[in-house]
Design a protein around this ligand. Structure first.
Ligand SMILES: [Zn+2]
Ligand SMILES: [Zn+2]
Ligand SMILES: [Zn+2]
Length: 449
């Protein structure tokens, strides 16, 4: 906000012009952790005799702000940061213990696995050590007259990355349906892993369940080509869950079981002309465990991707019609996905996939993060703990005699563009202070000297 429009500057002058109003507004912002899109509430509380104990009439602008709690960075950076922090705690507890999970989980067989979609057509890609994208001699062209070779070596920021070599050759219908059914493919995969592990160990399913349990946490992410891939932490526990070690089962056995499951699992296509849904050949598995750096890296990675959704493929935040899509600042590739989702809507056998509704998510309508019950704590538990802490802090300010309250929705988002500009600036400043405090705490720690 180096250059402000004059009306915004005027509104900012009003906001900061009165000390009491400014101080109270800052307090409210602090309570919402500088949320960019707070819910504005109007209301009052009364004691048992019906006497007014509090009214938002005394608040700046006559409203009380409540944080939006949105997970997505593109929608609300501060709330997304809170979400990311919670998720990081949840992930790390499953990796090295904490939040009621014993530290010994760090020594359970455990891997970080990435499951990828198959190919739906050649795309421009990034290759190791600056290799060429698609080197081939002979000047071959597809049936649409597009050259099949690409002699460039793309860097990761290149807009071409993930774009099909030929938009007409790319199988958008297949890709959309794959994204739509990927959550079901994942659900089946978790079942197959248990079965494959039993086979791997020469046990029946029942005998395996008396010996070990599979816990997991997965997060969905888009690749640049618009297909989802899933990152998962997969951990083996004893029969009782994270409190005991599964006897005599190695990480290698777990890895074999995952590979076997990924190869064998499928979901039937939604109609005859769509092939069954399977994983692609690329399956990356690396061992975790023992705590330390790999655990931190995995946790940070998962938390980072859980706050993005379609950002990697154009960042649409709500459903869009095909006509609307033609005017949006998204790539031709994303526009084709959206157009195809609407075209497929007329087919009855695909109605369950609700493709037009999730066109902006390129067909995906699952949960970005899922976990098995015993992986670690829950987001709900972490939120509850934070709420209790805030309530304790609030307790002395609150009127003890509160009996009845009345609230109404006064709007969402900040009241003016000036307020949003101020909040964004304050949020950045707050984040900077928080980071400095973290560094100072670290340098104060005698162990780090
Ligand atoms: Zn928010
Ligand atoms: Zn290329
Ligand atoms: Zn073509």
């Amino acid at each position: 906000m180096s250059q402000l429009e004059p009306d915004i500057a005027k509104e900012i002058a009003w906001r900061i012009g009165n000390d009491a109003r400014w101080t109270r507004w800052r307090e409210q912002l602090e309570q919402t952790r500088y949320c960019h899109r707070p819910v504005r509430l109007r209301g009052a509380t009364f004691d048992q005799d019906g006497v007014l104990t509090y009214s938002t009439a005394v608040e700046p602008g006559g409203v009380l702000l409540k944080a939006c709690g949105n997970r997505r960075e593109a929608i609300c950076p501060p709330c997304s940061r809170t979400y990311k922090g919670d998720l990081w705690q949840l992930v790390i507890a499953g990796l090295i213990g904490g939040k009621g999970v014993p530290d010994a989980v760090a020594y359970h067989p455990m891997v970080f696995a990435t499951f990828t979609a198959p190919s739906f057509g050649a795309v421009h890609g990034i290759h190791a050590s600056g290799d060429r994208c698609r080197p081939r001699r002979g000047g071959d062209r597809c049936e649409h007259g597009i050259k099949l070779a690409c002699w460039r070596s793309h860097n990761p920021d290149d807009a071409k990355c993930g774009e099909p070599i030929c938009l007409d050759c790319f199988d958008y219908a297949g890709a959309l349906i794959w994204n739509a059914l990927a959550p079901e493919l994942w659900r089946r995969t978790t079942i197959y892993i248990r079965r494959a592990l039993a086979v791997e160990l020469g046990l029946t399913a029942a005998a395996l369940s008396r010996k070990a349990r599979v816990s997991f946490l997965k997060v969905a992410e888009y690749q640049k080509r618009g297909l989802l891939h899933f990152h998962a932490i997969i951990r083996l526990d004893g029969a009782e869950g994270p409190i005991n070690l599964p006897d005599g089962i190695s990480t290698a056995k777990l890895e074999n079981a995952i590979r076997r499951a990924a190869q064998g699992v499928s979901v039937p296509g939604p109609s005859g002309d769509f092939a069954e849904i399977r994983w692609g050949d690329e399956l990356d598995i690396s061992p975790l465990g023992g705590g330390g750096k790999s655990a931190n890296r995995a946790a940070a990675y998962v938390a980072k991707y859980a706050t993005k959704s379609t950002e990697a493929v154009g960042g649409l935040t709500r459903s869009v019609g095909a006509a609307q899509a033609s005017k949006l600042p998204v790539s031709d590739h994303v526009r084709r996905f959206i157009a195809t989702a609407h075209e497929l809507a007329s087919r009855n056998e695909l109605a369950d996939l609700r493709l037009p509704k999730v066109a902006h998510q390129l067909g995906f309508r699952g949960h970005w993060t899922t976990k098995s019950r015993r992986y670690s704590t829950t987001m709900g538990a972490l939120r509850e703990a934070r709420k209790l802490f805030a309530q304790e802090q609030d307790a002395n300010r609150q009127s003890a005699g509160e009996h009845r309250s009345m609230w109404e929705f006064a709007g969402s988002g900040h009241a003016s563009r000036a307020d949003l500009a101020l909040v964004a600036r304050l949020a950045t400043e707050q984040e900077r202070i928080r980071r400095i405090a973290v560094v100072e705490r670290r340098t104060d720690d005698p162990r780090s000297r």
